[in-house]
Write a protein that binds this ligand. Sequence first.
Ligand code: GLA
Length: 391
Amino acid sequence: MRDSVSTVRRVSDDATALVEAFRARTERQPAGVWAAPGRVNLIGEHTDYNDGYVMPFALAQRVLIAAAPRQDGLWSVTSLNNHSTETFQAADLQPGMTGWQAYVAGVVWALKGAGHRIGGADLVLSSDVPVGAGLSSSAALECAVLSALADLNELDIAGLERAKLARRSENAFVGAPTGLMDQAASTLCTAGHALFFDCRTAGAEQVRFDTAGAGLEILVLDTKTPHALVDSEYAARRASCEAAARLLGVAALRDVINLDTALEQLADPVIQRRVRHVVSENARVLEAVKVLRAGRIADLAPLLDASHESMRDDFEITVPQVDLAVEVARASGATGARMTGGGFGGCIIALVPAGEAERVGSDIVHSFAAAGFGQPMYFTAVPSAGAQRLH
Ligand code: GLA
């Protein structure tokens, strides 16, 4: 497994190396080092923008940022991953900015839009969150920048508000119409727990998720499928859900109480399938919470399987590589498996007996080679802490 993981190891593997890189670049000490993680969603896919329920947990993979204030009002950001430095000023903060720096500039823009005074800063960052894998590398970047800028500017912003500001940056500055799940996960998660999050009320519950204690582990496998359609298809799914809610006369699909009655009111079979996914997925999250509260982690397995089938057949957001990975995971000993994230490629998660992740992952790698697909990357997920200041 070490080989497959090494491809995503951050350039500077710890905060000390990052501080050295900061000093080499700016010839001064950073004021601090901040971190924010990527996430895996255990269950609850495409439910967040339907005012529904999600249950992500934070990964050990994260974005690290060393930062210090600047007096000239500029923001200078170096990515050790991209080997590039971008500089922008207040006049450049225009929605629609492109490139990786938009995720940084968007946070400055969102903070300023909320009335905060944000001084210039030097930021040096590195990340080991796989990019384009559906593990929320962008939310991790936004939430790390937000943590750093909040502290540098002595702003007292609560966790949930931070998540909302980071999402605003993603939606209105970068231009991706996502829900709140990823930023909530990166900000609010705690080590050893999954986050049960109600996207309507913003109610958050840390649910103990001790896989090791249950003799299990979670394999995350990135199919490395290029997901070119993700932006347009994601927006299309969201539009279908909103159209369905209008037809049903409810504020959001979360409000559908009786699925059968709702389906009878909808003539279009595609819309029917979309609604069935969202309504059944919300029910699965509520069931998963009960299972975890009772410490019955093994009982998550059938819920993961059902979630995958719903995403494949009703929401139609899986691709052949993802379906193959899930099938092989199950055949090779996973008790349950599903795609995680927005879809059209990206990662699967599999619940496997402790010590089996390596073998299951390697079986999937072999099946991909036999099918002529590219080589996937995999690792064992550790439920980790949300955004925090390290130094
Ligand atoms: C992406 C989005 C989230 C959520 C998921 C699907 O990760 O950023 O808001 O909608 O897809 O569950």
